[in-house]
Write a protein that binds this ligand. Structure first.
Ligand code: NOJ
Length: 991
């Protein structure tokens, strides 16, 4: 059990623990026995057994689910009907209402419920007050748009017997072929099947049934009873229907078995991605055993997995049940909208028949099998066809990434714990002393008085406002942790209000549930309850959360929820939430609801002055969490393997719609060697969320402590992040409006190149063409980077040309982060070193134009706003497109922003902010001798006309490409202008 020491005598505790760690860093391993394997989870085992039975019976297996043809109705883009589940023993047909919504966005949504539970015609056991229906409120938290039914969707007239066919999607190019007996759906795009439901016959809705009490075996007949039990179909194994015990905790299961399961096949698709959060490769592995495969399904059951292991399908802190399948030229996907414990099996098979004869373009098929413990079956179908289109429609559905404040994408300095307010101020000064930029310093749980949130430890933090004031002098921020467990102690006003207002999570008997977390005995706020959200909002006002200032933001940790004495370190499943839903129904959404409340609270509090965008870091998440803040990958370790794992984890989160992601730089547990720390900063400079963090038992490791040359190398990585902030912010804007990942894997950027589909050690930053391949191996002084095509790339630091499809080895001595620029792009930087991003607000820009050897030209964008308020929603931003046309040799800046009420005021505020340098990498050889360019700016006085500006050309030498620099073209970042490179060498007479 983890424990946190009290606030007394910190120095002694630190010294002692630091010494211990210096001498001995134990190898940390996950306590596997604390978490269920599939075999130990009743419904997982039953559904796998169901699939085994189907496979063993092969062609004689028929799914007992049929769609009652008489029941089918179609109206306004919605198909309804009744799926019948045939019970072989009784011959009874159970009614499962089916709805298929064909949406204007081109998505289809298939939902299956259970009539008996819907109508409440079931009996609960143990006097439970739980709702009788299957949980159907996941959409309330996860879905925010894209629900409009399609006007164009239509049932096809010439459907074959026993089939209903619906044409839908863009230009009616999509088809849902619904077979009635057994019930199967094929989703087609342009005549080809891309996704199949129940094709393997694994649809399984565990229906309600009364518990039949069995007589205990008569004396002498125990063996017989045991034998009888053994021959029972394992898919119908009753032993975990009514009660389930694990690790000494018993789940009372008042509703009996109620899992839902479905097989989803992707014919012709070899790669599947998504369903975070797990460690392991980006391209998901098979899960039914065999060399290099997992033995267990990927699990989604948000948990605080202490000392988590690498390359594992074990669950972690967050869950996004969204999967994409990809092959050259096509991406499709499914969102399994269920908030209960979920497992996903993946198997792949080579197609034996000629795939083309089947109308399928790939040679491998990926078959997935999803099962959730409770709730309705509710699946969205995405037919792509591109990864960009899928990210966009997923964003439309679940919400786009929040556009964060600018400080939030700069560098964050955290540890458990900065121990006093003087300590914080000292760290702040030391960053300045060493000219190292940072924006945010963090406080972990020790700042509170005995882990009571909304309080400060008066001994160690006597002057929190003074501390925040010092930070504010350099536009820096403070983030303080607030967890969902409320200390159960006398005279704690937050607890008293929680109890008196009746807003806590209850146990199965209807009493306030008491569990164990950092403060010891605790209660948990139930943020599913609208009244709890209102109350939570009231706690953050400046007069209630005393000592907090406008530059204080929030870290929501432990929100799975983490419960030290709970089953699998979390809440009992039979706990009760608002609306009488059991915890089992909504577990994976719990973390999201807490952040949602904090978002509402911090937004409201800022409204008392000037509204500012909230910043919240969360550990637990679900589909939709991207609307509210950032996530990080929890308690990693100071090991090379964990540095390496962070890339696929961050990339996977990005393609799964929650791209504001990062890992603890340096590793949370343990003390990193200096070279590991340096390499981690280099990689971290390319995490969308860039924060160093460390466990309470580790040695201090702020960058300025690293010593030469490590300190200088880390500073270089940090300055690179700061210089590229305009490019990062532009990438965040794309995530905010298009749903696109911020850092992008190869398959997403080059979707037609199969050789790059499994790559997860290199990534692109937004649409900038910057390709980073951080060193992830101990002692390595080079990295291999893969280029998907013949487009030239250049080394970011020395402009060396790297070209040709395939692997390239790049030099990477410790001081060098391997970073390439892809030809055809323009990206913005701000090169002046500052203490924090806020101080860069009016700094001039550098534009880097990266040209190919052919005539392709280049383009890129810049998005800029005040980085703080919501004024951008009313047009207060600059959005420019830069285009270099190779034929005319003109670089132009044009406006691509939409105007709003606040556009002019913002433009005024940015007047005079200019481009101070244009660097053209891969400049044409014919520019030799060029000494000037012609510059013209919109709105300039006619008399000013075209100006001549100095340009310095550097010839190519060796592998190094030619480049040119235009110094101070005196054009404004917010204005239209053009720089004409076609004019010749300067007329000497003019000089
Ligand atoms: C667990 C979090 O994952 C870690 O980052 C934090 O330092 C501790 N809780 C203490 O709050």
């Amino acid at each position: 059990m983890r424990s946190s020491n009290g606030p007394f005598n910190w120095t002694a505790v630190f010294l002692f623990l630091s010494c211990l760690y210096t001498l001995f860093t134990p190898a940390l391993t996950v306590k596997k026995q604390d978490f269920k394997t599939c075999d130990q989870s009743g419904f997982c085992k039953r559904n796998r057994a169901y699939s085994d039975t189907a496979i063993s019976q092969s062609s004689s297996w028929t799914s007992p689910y049929t769609l009652d043809a008489q029941s089918i109705a179609f109206k306004g883009g919605q198909l309804t009907g009744i799926v019948l589940k045939n019970l072989p023993q009784s011959g009874e047909n159970l009614r499962l209402p089916l709805t298929i919504n064909f949406l204007e966005s081109g998505l289809a949504r298939v939902s299956i419920d259970e009539e008996k539970r819907q109508k409440g015609e079931i009996e609960l056991r143990h006097g439970s007050k739980a709702r009788k229906e299957r949980y159907n409120e996941a959409e309330k938290w996860a879905i925010v748009g894209g629900q409009q039914l399609s006007k164009g969707a239509a049932v096809s007239k010439d459907s074959e017997e026993g089939t209903t066919k619906v044409l839908y999607g863009p230009a009616s190019g999509y088809e849902a072929i619904i077979r009635h007996r057994p019930f199967v759906i094929d989703f087609k795009r342009d005549g080809e099947t891309h996704i199949q439901f129940n094709e393997r016959g694994l649809l399984n809705v565990e229906h309600w049934r009364p518990k039949i009490e069995k007589e205990p075996p008569k004396e002498g007949e125990e063996n017989k009873a045991e034998e009888e039990q053994k021959i029972v179909d394992p898919a119908e194994d009753e032993s975990t229907w009514w009660e389930e015990t694990f690790g000494g905790n018993t789940d009372s299961k008042p509703k009996g078995p109620e899992s839902v399961a479905l097989d989803v096949s992707f014919p012709g698709y070899e790669h599947v991605y998504g369903v975070p959060e797990h460690t392991g490769p980006l391209s998901l592995l098979q899960t039914r055993g065999g060399e290099g495969n997992h033995d267990d399904p990927y699990r989604l059951y948000n948990s605080d997995v202490f000392e988590y292991e690498m390359d594992s399908p074990m669950t972690l802190y967050g869950a996004i049940p969204f999967m994409q399948a990809h092959r050259a030229g096509s991406t499709v996907g499914v969102l399994w909208l269920n908030a209960a414990e979920t497992w996903i099996d993946i198997v792949k098979s080579k197609l034996s028949a000629n795939p083309l004869s089947l109308g399928i373009k790939g040679t491998t098929t990926t078959q997935t099998h999803w099962f959730s413990e409770a709730g309705i079956l509710d699946v969205f179908v995405f037919l792509g066809p591109t990864p960009q289109a899928i990210s966009k429609s997923y964003g439309e559905l679940t919400g786009y990434t929040q556009l964060p404040q600018q400080f939030a994408i700069a560098y964050h300095q955290c540890r458990w714990n900065y121990v006093t307010d003087e300590d914080v101020k000292d760290v702040d000064r030391k960053f300045d002393k060493h000219s190292i930029p940072y924006d945010v310093i963090w406080l972990d749980i020790e700042y509170t008085e005995e882990k009571k949130y909304f309080t400060w430890d008066g001994m160690t933090f006597p002057d929190p406002l003074g501390m925040q004031k010092q930070l504010d002098e350099h536009e820096r921020k403070l983030v303080a942790i607030i967890d969902p467990h409320i200390k159960n102690t006398a005279n704690y006003w937050v607890k008293d209000e929680l109890v008196s207002k009746d807003l806590a999570i209850k146990n199965k008997d209807g009493n306030i549930w008491d569990g164990w977390c950092w403060p010891g005995s605790s209660y948990w706020v139930d943020c599913f309850n609208p009244a709890a959200i209102e109350w939570w909002k009231s706690l953050f006002t400046y007069d209630r959360f005393k000592g907090s200032a406008r530059n204080l933001f929030i870290w929501n940790d432990m929100n799975e929820p983490s419960v030290f004495n709970g089953p699998e370190t979390t809440s009992p499943k039979d706990n009760m939430h608002h609306g009488n839903w059991e915890h089992r129904d909504l577990h994976n959404i719990n973390g999201l609801t807490f952040v949602n409340a904090t978002y509402a609270a911090t937004l409201q509090r800022s409204k008392s002055e000037a509204p500012q965008r909230p910043f919240i870091l969360t550990r637990s998440f679900y589909a939709g969490s991207q609307r509210m803040g950032a996530m990080w990958t929890g308690d990693n370790q100071a090991l090379w393997s964990h540095l390496k794992a962070s890339l696929p984890m961050v990339l996977n989160n990005g393609v799964s719609g929650f791209p504001f992601a990062g890992a603890d730089v340096g590793g949370f547990f343990g003390n990193p060697e200096k070279d590991l720390l340096v390499r981690w900063y280099q990689a971290g400079a390319f995490y969308p969320f860039f924060r160093a963090h460390a466990h309470i038992d580790t040695r201090r490791r702020e960058p300025y402590l690293a010593g030469s040359p490590y300190r200088e190398i880390i500073t270089k990585a940090l300055r690179l992040r700061y210089a590229l902030l305009p490019s990062w912010y532009t990438a965040f804007r794309e995530a905010h409006t298009e749903g696109w990942p911020i850092v992008r894997p190869n398959w997403w950027v080059h979707p037609s190149d199969p050789a790059g589909f499994a790559l997860d050690k290199q990534m692109y930053l937004g649409s900038t063409g910057l390709l980073v391949a951080p060193v992830l191996e101990e002692g390595a002084t080079s990295v291999d980077v893969y280029l998907a095509d013949e487009t030239p790339y250049y080394d970011y630091w020395d402009f060396e040309l790297v070209k040709g499809r395939g692997m390239h080895t790049l030099d990477a001595p410790l001081e060098k982060l391997p970073l390439l620029m892809r030809a055809g792009h323009v990206f913005p930087r701000r090169d002046r070193p500052r203490r924090s991003s806020g101080l860069m607000r009016y700094d001039p820009f550098t534009l880097v134009v990266v040209l190919g050897t052919d005539a392709q030209g280049a383009e890129g964008t810049l998005y800029l706003d005040d980085g703080e308020s919501f004024d951008y929603e009313q047009g207060a931003f600059i959005h420019r497109k830069f285009t270099y046309d190779a034929a005319t040799q003109i670089l132009r800046s044009e406006d691509i922003g939409e105007k709003g009420k606040k556009s002019d005021a913002y433009a005024m505020s940015m007047q005079g902010v200019r481009v101070e340098r244009v660097i053209v990498v891969g400049a044409p050889a014919e520019w030799k001798g060029k000494e000037e360019v012609d510059v013209a700016e919109e709105g300039a006085k006619a008399s000013a006309g075209t100006r001549k500006v100095d340009c310095v050309f550097h010839e190519a030498s060796g592998k190094k490409a030619a480049w040119a620099v235009v110094r101070d073209p005196r054009v404004e970042i917010g204005k239209g202008w053009k720089i004409d490179f076609s004019s010749g060498a300067r007329d000497k007479k003019e000089l």
